[in-house]
Design a protein around this ligand. Structure first.
Ligand SMILES: [Zn+2]
Length: 245
């Protein structure tokens, strides 16, 4: 039967390893969330550009029909002009023809502009699609890294969690509660005494106290300065001992 302190020290060792595993995962979930936002942002930009290009293409495909209609109307009006009976009618048709020509000019100008616009937009779209691809690749890499880490860790994590449960059941509840309380202040809640000092805060531990610690091995001795649980260095359990529990 091992001492309560021994089990607590093992739990502390195990908790430090669990902390390490947690740190390995570290920033990854946050980075993945940011990468997802970035992908969504780039997708929206690509879609926007695509819809503008689509609009211009629709304009170009209908503009030719519109222009032909305008030319036909102009033709009909010119023929009509020969048959007018007075100046008033003549002037009215002239104005109408002028309006039609202005409209044709406007559309033709827009058609010419649309060539350059389309060229620029297609160039922009290509850039945006490359950026989107890069963002998607970054996201995939991060997700892969997390997946790899999780699958590597899952076995150890499961083993450690189970061990922790077994060890916890061997420690008196009030001692375990005390350990958990100290751990909210110090991640290393159980520390060895080295060179007659607490190795958590480096304050001195008197020789007399060390003697007591070795005598009363089922009692908890807290560092008077930092409040960590102390244990004599020679009783230090290693992580490897976990497999012998
Ligand atoms: Zn201390």
């Amino acid at each position: 039967m091992q001492t309560q302190l021994y089990y607590l020290a093992l739990i502390a060792t195990l908790d430090r390893r669990l902390d390490e595993l947690q740190e390995d995962v570290g920033e990854l979930p946050d980075q993945i969330a940011r990468a997802r936002q970035s992908v969504a942002h780039h997708e929206a930009r690509v879609k926007e550009t695509q819809s503008i290009i689509e609009e211009i293409r629709t304009f170009r495909s209908t503009a030719h029909v519109t222009l032909q209609e305008l030319r036909d109307r102009e033709q009909r009006l010119s023929e009509q002009q020969f048959r007018v009976r007075n100046n008033r009618e003549f002037d009215a048709i002239t104005r109408e023809i002028q309006n039609i020509r202005a409209e044709r000019d406007r559309i033709e100008q827009e058609l010419r502009n649309s060539v350059i616009k389309l060229e620029n937009l297609e160039h922009l779209l290509q850039q945006q699609q490359e950026e989107l691809q890069k963002a998607q690749q970054e996201l995939a890499e991060l997700e892969h890294a997390l997946e790899l880490l999780s699958s590597n860790q899952s076995e150890e994590l499961q083993r450690l969690t189970q061990l922790r449960q077994e060890l916890s059941s061997k420690v008196r509840p009030e001692l375990l509660a005390e350990y958990e309380r100290i751990r909210t202040f110090h991640r290393d809640a159980v520390v060895p005494v080295r060179r007659e000092s607490c190795s958590g805060c480096y304050n001195r531990v008197t020789p007399q106290r060390l003697v007591e610690m070795r005598m009363y091995r089922d009692r908890l001795f807290l560092c008077e300065h930092c409040g960590r649980i102390l244990y004599p260095e020679e009783q230090l359990p290693e992580l490897e001992e976990l497999s012998n529990v």
